[in-house]
Ligand binder design. Structure first.
Ligand code: DX5
Ligand code: ZN
Length: 215
């Protein structure tokens, strides 16, 4: 199956956001990745449920909401109601991961778990039935434009092996570009998040180039 592409609007020009979202939609990307940052779990702040709601009628792209939020259960309902189609929560940010994932599903939204680069895959063993997607961070979360952490490739391969037989997508977030994308896909990724790569320069050309190198 073709690799899915999810531009991260954190890399977009915020003064021109609606336009930039329209552009990526015209490129037939698969998901719109929205980074939610609480200034606590990560040092940066971005996007609340009200902003997600404002964007909802601007595009038909599915919203992939990446919650970099401590104790995400407090806000899952608000993002679901704002129009999220997929919500991912960090394993490191919730005490009761199983409960958080089921809370997401209770809103009819697809659920996913995110692991930071230093977090072991073993934490996923008992939630594989609860998730539609697993997001491996290939940078430390909080900022766009960081360099890809190379040992993530082994982690992707190991995850691919671990989820054999489960209908789970592997999503990769951080440092995706023309050089890293082929290796990431070869290791087993299904969904590529790309922030700074997508929005720097000519969006259409960037997406075309990305598709070309992962064919
Ligand atoms: C980082 C965010 C990413 C970010 C990726 O914490 O989760 O989604 O936008 O940016 P790039 O693609 O520039 O590494
Ligand atoms: Zn993200």
């Amino acid at each position: 199956m073709a690799v899915k592409i999810a531009p991260s609007i954190l890399g977009a020009d915020f003064g021109n956001l609606e336009n930039q979202i329209k552009k990526v939609e015209e490129c037939n990307v698969d998901l719109l990745h929205i980074d939610v940052m609480d200034g606590n779990f990560v040092p940066n702040i971005a996007f609340g449920p009200d902003q997600v709601k404002m964007l909802r009628d601007k595009t038909n792209l599915p919203f992939d909401v990446h919650m970099m939020v401590q104790d995400p259960d407090r806000l899952i309902g608000r993002f679901a109601e704002a129009g999220a189609d997929i919500i991912t929560v960090h394993q490191e940010a919730t005490t009761h991961l199983h409960r958080s994932l089921n809370l997401i599903k209770s809103y009819g939204v697809k659920s996913g778990v995110v692991l930071c680069p230093a977090t072991s895959l073993s934490t996923l063993k008992y939630v594989l039935d609860e998730v539609d997607m697993i997001l491996l961070m290939t940078v430390n979360p909080g900022y766009g434009g960081q360099g890809f952490i190379e040992n993530s490739l082994d982690k992707i391969r190991a995850l691919k092996e671990m989820i054999k037989g489960y209908p789970i997508d592997i999503q990769i977030d951080g440092g995706v570009n023309l050089e890293t994308a082929p290796k990431i896909v070869e290791a087993g990724a299904d969904v590529l998040v790309a922030g700074s790569f997508t929005f720097k320069g000519d969006i259409q050309k960037n997406i075309d180039d990305l598709r070309r190198v992962v064919l």
